[in-house]
Design a binder for this molecule. Sequence first.
Ligand code: EPU
Length: 421
Amino acid sequence: MEFFEIVGGNRLKGPIEIGGAKNSALPIMAASILVEGETILRNVPDLADVRQMQTLLSKLGVKTFRDDSGAMHLRVEDEMNTHAEYELVSKMRASVCVMGPLVAKRRRAQVSMPGGCAIGDRPIDLHLRGLEALGVEWELVNGDVVQRAKKLTGTDIFLGGPFGSSVTATANVMMAATLAQGRTVIESAACEPELTDLANFLNACGAQITGHGTPQIVIEGVAKLHGCEHRVIADRIEAGTFMIAAAITNGDLELQGARIEHMHAVVDRLRRVGVLIERAEKGVTVSTSRRLEPVQVTTQPYPGFPTDLQAQMMALLSLADGNSMITEKIFPDRFLHVGELNRMGALLRKEGPTVIIEGVKRLIGAPVMASDLRASAALIIAGLVAKGTTRVHRAYHIDRGYERIEEKLAKVGANIRRVSE
Ligand code: EPU
């Protein structure tokens, strides 16, 4: 087991390169199941989740490797296996992204039903409803969703759920519809930039998708998809995490490659806190020189404030000069970091899906336990500014979604190291 040891108090200063987006790379990799020929993906981050997707794809007959330049090559070599087993799906929920491509291309998919996880219940009813509308029949067998389809036919599909649209359900239905007969119109589609990236990838492979990035996506089915080369967009959640790290350490960072146009809600909230954020030639600069103002934050589907930055924002607001409030509208139970931040001296009180944050003067280093990817990032951020030493246990959570985070932070001045227990 590894943990991160952080001695707080250093100001972060300098350039950090932002990697490719995990939540773009994973569905795009899954989409390679649809493709005849070679897919070449650039800017795929080197993450535990990406390696996990490679393992799953290799079991499903897709050969993947990285060449000397780091580009990932993917090619379907065998279409026999259509079973994404419990062992893999339970480790990584994004495995569910193989469902649409498998049933569209191979007419059969058996994907273990993902259970809940540290951030709450995560149903897949919208994925199933959307695929069913395209003509897929399914049943639950022994914990697996077993799907079959004689043919897929385009239709109108409403993908709205109780918490708005679903990112990976939109991905699954969009991917499957590329090979359906006729036109599919997805209403209440998710608008996240990662889905736009997926649609751009599919179009480069010969799909005919329009409206991506809006709540209405139109897909004209085609007979087949061919290989292409594609560059994955920059990770807005990694960029947002480093923006918050700069803000909390009174720092001055240049986030190279970050795309401010994907981060309007985050930039807006951070500017209200008092953080200076500017477009720069190579990305975005972030600095702060004054006290942190309290703000209210509500997480929402894109273009709203992302749930994937809620925990990190909470760490920052725990040091604001007054009371803030964060309401979580996507995953109302995504608050396992609250108790851990309180162990470091924060004053956080949870009331239903809202956390009231009473700003304190300082955080104090402590041993804390990471519970999921973004909660771990919040604890590292808190550790960067806390007085004394913080140990963030279960480093593996962070490796799922941040590439070499301790190296990137150490390069800009943080006192952080990875330790094996
Ligand atoms: N939902 C349903 N039914 C469904 C699917 C979702 O009710 O069939 C609900 C969920 O319970 C939740 C809401 O809809 O309340 C939104 O969930 P969504 O399906 O959009 O989440 P996801 O597609 O499973 C992706 C990201 C998550 C990110 C969420 C929200 C990937 C691989 N994962 O998950 O990323 O938090 O969208 O933006 O794209 C992370 O990177 O740390 C992470 C968890």
